[in-house]
Design a protein around this ligand. Sequence first.
Ligand code: ZN
Length: 43
Amino acid sequence: MEHKCLNCGVAGEEVILLSCIYRGEPLYVCLKCLPVLVQSAQA
Ligand SMILES: [Zn+2]
């Protein structure tokens, strides 16, 4: 199965993707979008 960044949609073959769990669902985010995700989580 192909994993993509939930924010920018880049594929896991191109960049490092971090896996995380949100409300029981597995999500993937690339390093570039991680700060964006952290900011939105704090807002
Ligand atoms: Zn991304």
